[in-house]
Design a protein around this ligand. Structure first.
Ligand code: XUL
Ligand code: CO
Length: 441
């Protein structure tokens, strides 16, 4: 069901339906068929696609070299409350026309930040009353909420990791309010992306103390939310840099080490973003695999980087090979723990028609759908899983098995090596694996 407000913003675009790959309709899904069952679940349930409020409803294409190129019609009113309501109308029209079930937001995406925290809390209550009604009417759910503790200049030296306690307290207040509205809107998860949690120079930074403070604030946030009855997951979203030169949640492995060190791994999982993975010199599937192996694969921020550019371009996914590799990890892990696929991506600065945001999401959803089907076939018909398992067969029995079980010591290994013959050369056969992928895409 399409939900529009007093006026329709995306005129000329109707409800986006699955029409199959033979369709030439640019406003139809070619591969994303919400009700199609893959690996025992509908695509809708596998993905839990979400729109990102900040990129799709707020981002107007500004970059360091010039202002935005879009003027959104929902930004026309001079009254911030009315403007926020109009934006919510546009958001719910977009979500329901796409046939998605979820959205994600930062506090400041919903309504312009007021000059004081007290005034801001009032604004947040007002706009979330309005959004709650729209959720009720449409059935659209909140995948996650978060606090933007990085745009306001007060956070220039960090939020939880600021050397000034007064700023840490302010971040605490803002996070409390963001948790309150996330819980109020039935948020299934809550995200921490540490945009300014890191350093520009180690010369003026006590890293160890800052990390302790970050853990302390996360602990307080968890305890507060649990006391309010929040049952969802908390997600850390790793990113190595940008805006800081070095960010503390550098990558999945770093974030997991942090969560374990501070006893947070029971409540916190990871939200893996494609372009953050590539900025850390990893692949998307590497980061997914690290999170999944630790039992902490919570959610995905879907986008892509650019191979020639070393910054966070946040483009919509188009790379079928990259996403198929990711979907193999996704299926092996049994999917995401509590999260979904949030399109944390923006259209290009010179994509200036209102309808362009539909093309972007249609393309993104189709790439994930295609990749999921391919990955499922690779796992069940391609023979890749068997080939991969066979590489480790020497650990399935005999001394290899005893090694895995921790029953051999270093002298035992020496004895086995001295008695046995020289290991045979066994090919890794990477090209054969790559061909399997290509065959099923
Ligand atoms: C920034 C980024 C954020 C988080 C939420 O690179 O990905 O939008 O997803 O704060
Ligand atoms: Co993100």
């Amino acid at each position: 069901m399409i939900l529009t407000g007093n006026k329709e913003y995306y005129k000329g675009v109707g409800s986006i339906q699955y029409e199959g790959k033979a369709s030439d309709n640019p406003f139809a899904y070619k591969y994303y068929n919400p009700d199609q069952i893959v690996a025992g679940k509908t695509m809708r349930d596998h993905f839990k696609f979400a729109i990102a409020y900040w990129h799709s409803l707020c981002g107007q294409g500004g970059d360091p070299f010039g202002p935005g190129t879009q003027q959104f019609p929902w930004d026309a009113s001079s009254d911030p409350i009315q403007r926020a309501k109009d934006k919510a109308d546009a958001a719910f029209e977009l979500i329901t026309k796409l046939g998605f079930d979820y959205f994600c937001f930062h506090d400041v995406d919903l309504i312009e930040e007021a000059p004081t925290l007290t005034e801001n809390e009032k604004r947040l209550q007002q706009i979330t009353d309005y959004i709650a009604e729209k959720q009720q009417a449409s059935g659209v759910k909140l995948l996650w909420g978060t606090a933007n503790c990085f745009s306001n200049p007060v956070y220039m030296n960090g939020a939880a990791t600021n050397p000034d306690f007064n700023v840490v307290a302010r971040a605490g207040a803002q996070i409390k309010m963001a948790l309150d509205i996330t819980i109020k809107l039935g948020g299934e998860n809550y995200v921490f992306w540490g945009g300014r949690e890191g350093y520009m120079s180690l010369l003026n930074t006590d890293m160890s103390r800052e990390l302790d403070h970050m853990a302390q604030l996360l602990t307080l946030a968890r305890d507060y939310a649990r006391a309010q009855g929040f049952k969802g997951n908390f997600f850390i979203e790793p990113k190595p840099m940008e805006p800081m030169k070095h960010q503390y949640d550098f990558d999945a492995a770093t974030a997991i080490g942090f969560l374990n060190k501070y006893g947070l791994a029971k409540d916190f999982k990871l939200n893996i973003e494609v372009n953050h993975a590539t900025l850390a010199q990893h692949t998307f599937e590497h980061e997914l695999a690290v999170a999944a192996d630790a039992g902490l694969l919570g959610s995905i921020d879907a986008n892509r980087g650019d191979n020639q550019n070393g910054w966070d371009t946040d483009q919509f996914p188009v790379n079928i090979y990259e996403v198929t590799e990711a979907m193999l990890v996704f299926l092996r892990a049994g999917g995401l723990q509590g999260g979904g696929i949030n399109f944390d991506a923006k259209i290009r600065r010179n994509s200036t028609d209102l309808e362009d945001i539909f093309h972007a999401h249609i393309g993104g959803a189709d790439v994930f759908a295609r990749a999921l089907v391919a990955a499922d076939r690779i796992m069940h018909q391609g023979g890749l899983e068997e080939l991969r398992a066979a590489r480790y067969a020497s650990f399935d029995q005999g001394e290899g098995k005893r090694f895995e079980e921790g029953k051999l010591n270093l002298e035992d290994l020496t004895k086995i090596a001295l008695q046995g013959s020289t290991p045979k050369q066994i090919s890794g056969k990477q090209e054969r694996y790559e061909n399997i992928l290509n065959q099923y895409i």
